[in-house]
Design a protein around this ligand. Structure first.
Ligand SMILES: [Fe+2]
Ligand SMILES: [Fe+2]
Length: 358
């Protein structure tokens, strides 16, 4: 009994291959897009910057970075119980997110090859990086005697269709938030090495530079398409994407605060820092950013967290399903209301700043 408490069991597809986590609104998404529209994009208005970024990608600074060293070669049974479960979930979520980037970029690289070589090369080189990231995380899962069948995931995961403009908002933000997430963990563990309970975090410093460069590439692509950034629609959509990315991360992380606690981090403080930094970074290219300094921003997200806890408790109760729906309804309505109010909070206009500071 003690053993089963120490080693949480996960459902397996085959021995050692984990059944992927159930897809919800909060799990990493896989994307597809309108490849013809993407192929027709004219990047000449910002070609110089894009070419310079491609040079950086080609230099492949992390070519020799993702190599597992001796520190991995030990038993990780000391990470047990709830921490082990949260650890495995963290590795799985990160691996799935990295792999989703790989799939999208790889497909774009393939489809745009002859039609838009500049964009195609960028996507191909980014998919090279994401494949390394996903592979490294999957290898880390094997230290916990599990792995993900990425081929199975490719076939069974749902794909969300986004028009190219939305793909760029979403991928830009996920790269930049990824950068801030990795670097914040890295810097924290650098200051508190006693909390570095597993070696993968040592790799985050160079790793996050890949994400930063990917984000810069999307920044440059959006600048080549000023209509993505300069009208009222762009302002509304940028607000929408900022809010969805921040809310998703916050709701996910607070729910798993035990994982961050195992690294000596307070999940809330960590998320607030990552949100502030990502928001500030996005202000370099997006026409608006969110006013995340207002306490209301986190208060409303905290209401959603409480609602989600109640929703979880209802779902796990013995109440018949059709009654559960009515019990859940007020919490769904409350979540929608909080998110709407967050969306309507007065944003910070960045267009006047862009002329002076870049
Ligand atoms: Fe990545
Ligand atoms: Fe990336």
């Amino acid at each position: 009994m003690v053993d089963s408490l120490k080693k949480p069991s996960f459902e397996e597809l085959r021995p050692g291959v984990k059944v992927p986590a159930k897809e919800t609104l909060l799990t990493p998404r896989f994307y597809t897009t309108d490849f013809d529209e993407m192929a027709k994009m004219d990047l000449s208005p910002n070609e110089e910057e894009l070419k310079a970024l491609l040079e950086e990608f080609r230099a492949d600074y992390n070519r020799h970075h993702f190599v597992r060293d001796a520190e991995f070669e030990q038993s990780w049974d000391s990470i047990d119980g709830e921490t082990r479960k949260l650890f495995i979930e963290f590795l799985e979520r990160s691996c799935t997110a990295e792999f989703s980037g790989f799939l999208l970029y790889k497909e774009l690289g393939r489809r745009l090859k002859d039609k838009n070589p500049l964009l195609a090369e960028g996507f191909n080189l980014m998919s090279r990086d994401e494949a390394r990231h996903a592979g490294f995380l999957n290898k880390a899962l094997s230290d916990f005697n599990l792995s993900l069948d990425l081929g199975f995931l490719t076939k069974t995961h749902k794909y969300t269709f986004f028009k190219p403009k939305f793909i760029f908002y979403a991928t830009y933000l996920s790269e930049k938030i990824g950068y801030w997430r990795y670097i914040t963990i890295y810097r924290h563990l650098e200051a508190h090495p006693e909390n570095r309970i597993y070696p993968i975090f040592r790799f985050f410093e160079n790793w996050c530079q890949d994400e930063n460069r990917h984000g810069d590439f999307f920044d440059a692509v959006m600048r080549a398409q000023p209509q993505f950034l300069n009208d009222w629609r762009a302002k509304l959509w940028c607000r929408f994407f900022l809010l969805s990315v921040f809310a998703t991360m916050y709701l996910n992380d607070i729910q798993r605060s035990g994982f961050y606690a195992s690294l000596g981090l307070d999940a809330r403080d960590y998320d607030i820092k990552v949100i502030e930094k990502t928001n500030e970074t996005a202000g370099r290219v997006f026409p608006v950013i969110l006013d995340v300094s207002k306490p209301e921003f986190y208060q409303r997200l905290d209401v959603c967290i409480n609602n989600n806890e109640k929703l979880g408790a209802i779902a796990n109760s013995n109440t018949p399903k059709f009654l559960q729906f009515f019990q859940k309804l007020p919490f769904y309505v409350s979540n929608a209301w909080q998110l709407l109010r967050l969306y309507l909070m007065k944003p910070i206009d960045m267009t006047s700043v862009h002329g002076t500071v870049r």
